[in-house]
Design a protein around this ligand. Structure first.
Ligand code: CP
Ligand code: NVA
Length: 319
C-alpha cells in the first residue's frame, strides 16, 4: 500500500527553479504579513502535523511548531523516547499510523533512508527536517536570507568552509536548480558525497568547486558559510576532527581575505572558538540570527503542480 503520488519535501532539487523561487517569494510575502501582526492567513486551519525527532533540535522544532501554529495548525512533538524509530516500531508502521491521524509529517532522523521510508509509506506529505545526508529546509531559509541581504540569489558566490556534510549536500542540490557559484573548502578526506557533487555539476546550472584551501576559496565571496566540524551522530569523532580541520576555522583574517562585501552565515548551533571565532559570529556582517529567524518563514510550501520536475507528483502541501 505504498503512496508514491504525494508531494513531499525531501530534497531541494526534487523541484524546479520556478517552484523554488516561487516558494521564496511567498515566504517574503507571508513573513511581511506575520511581521505586521496580521494573522488572517490560516492555510493550516483545522490541520495537524506530527513532528518526529530522533536527534536534538532547537531551531527546527520551534520554527516548525510556531510557524504551523501561526498559520492556523496544530503541531505535535514526538521525541526519541516517544517513538523509538526502528526499535519499538518499524518506520513503515509509524508512517502509516501517523498519516492516519495527521495532515503532514515532519521528520528529523539519522539515516536518510528513514525519511525516504517515511515518505514511501505515508498517505500525507513528509517534510525532511534534517538527515545525516541533507537539510533542505535550512538551505531554503538560507536562500531567503541571502535574497534579503544580497538582493538576489542567482549569481551569488557562497563559500562553505568545513566538513562536506548534510548542509553541503543541500547547497549542492540547490545549485543543481538555481544558478549560483558554490565553493566547498574542506580538508582532504572530508569532501561531500561524490555522486551528489557529480549530479550538481552535471545539471550544468551552477559553478561548483570542491577545494582544500579556504584562504584561496573565500576571495570575493558574497557569503562565507560555516557549520560544526562534528555533526550530530559524529560527536565521538570531535577530537580527531579538531586536528584534521586545523586551518578551516572562519576567523577575522579569513573574513578579511573574503573582502568587506562578505557576510558570515552559520546554520547554528555554533561552537564558538572551534569552527568560527566569537568575533566573527558577533561582527556586523554576521547574519546568523536573521538566518535562524528565517527558519520560521518557510512554513507555507506552495508548489504549483505544473512547475514540478516530476509531473507525476500531486500537490497536497499547504493549499
Ligand atoms: N539549524 C538547525 O537545524 O538547528 P537545530 O538543530 O537547532 O534545529
Ligand atoms: N551538520 C549539522 C547541522 C545542524 C543543524 C548536524 O547535522 O549536526
Amino acid at each position: 500500500n505504498v503512496k508514491n503520488s504525494i508531494l513531499h519535501f525531501l530534497h531541494i532539487d526534487d523541484y524546479d527553479k520556478k517552484t523554488i523561487m516561487h516558494i521564496l517569494e511567498r515566504a517574503i510575502e507571508v513573513k511581511s504579513l506575520l511581521k505586521s501582526g496580521d494573522r488572517s492567513f490560516q492555510p493550516f486551519k483545522g490541520k495537524s502535523m506530527a513532528m518526529i525527532f530522533t536527534k536534538p533540535s532547537m531551531r527546527t522544532r520551534v520554527s516548525f511548531e510556531t510557524g504551523f501554529y501561526l498559520l492556523g495548525g496544530h503541531a505535535i512533538y514526538l521525541g526519541p523516547d516517544d517513538i523509538q524509530m526502528g526499535k519499538r516500531e518499524e518506520t513503515r508502521d509509524i508512517s502509516r499510523v501517523l498519516s492516519g491521524y495527521n495532515d503532514l509529517i515532519m521528520g528529523r532522523v539519522f539515516a536518510h533512508q528513514d525519511i525516504l521510508d517515511l515518505a514511501r509509506f505515508s498517505s500525507v506529505p513528509v517534510i525532511n527536517g534534517l538527515t545525516d545526508y541533507n537539510h533542505p529546509c535550512q538551505i531554503m531559509a538560507d536562500a531567503l536570507t541571502i535574497i534579503e541581504h544580497g538582493g538576489k540569489l542567482e549569481g551569488v558566490k557562497v563559500v562553505y568552509v568545513g566538513d562536506g556534510n548534510n548542509i553541503v549536500h543541500s547547497w549542492l542540490r540547490l545549485a543543481a536548480v538555481v544558478p549560483i557559484h558554490f565553493v566547498c573548502a574542506c580538508p582532504q578526506g572530508f569532501e561531500p558525497d561524490q555522486s551528489t557533487v557529480e549530479a550538481a555539476k552535471k545539471a550544468g546550472v551552477s559553478t561548483i568547486e570542491i577545494v582544500h584551501d579556504p584562504k584561496e576559496a573565500v576571495v570575493g565571496a558574497n557569503f562565507v558559510y560555516s557549520d560544526v566540524w562534528a555533526s550530530m551522530g559524529q560527536k565521538d569523532e570531535a577530537e580527531l576532527r579538531m586536528q584534521k580541520f586545523q586551518g578551516f576555522q572562519v576567523d577575522e583574517d579569513l573574513m578579511a581575505l573574503a573582502g568587506p562585501q562578505a557576510y558570515f552565515m552559520h546554520c547554528l548551533p555554533a561552537e564558538r572558538g572551534v569552527e568560527v571565532t566569537d568575533g566573527v559570529v558577533e561582527a556586523p556582517h554576521s547574519i546568523v540570527f536573521p538566518q535562524a529567524e528565517n527558519r520560521l518563514n518557510l512554513k507555507h510550501l506552495q508548489p504549483a503542480e505544473n512547475t514540478l520536475k516530476h509531473p507525476g507528483l500531486r500537490t497536497l502541501v499547504c493549499k
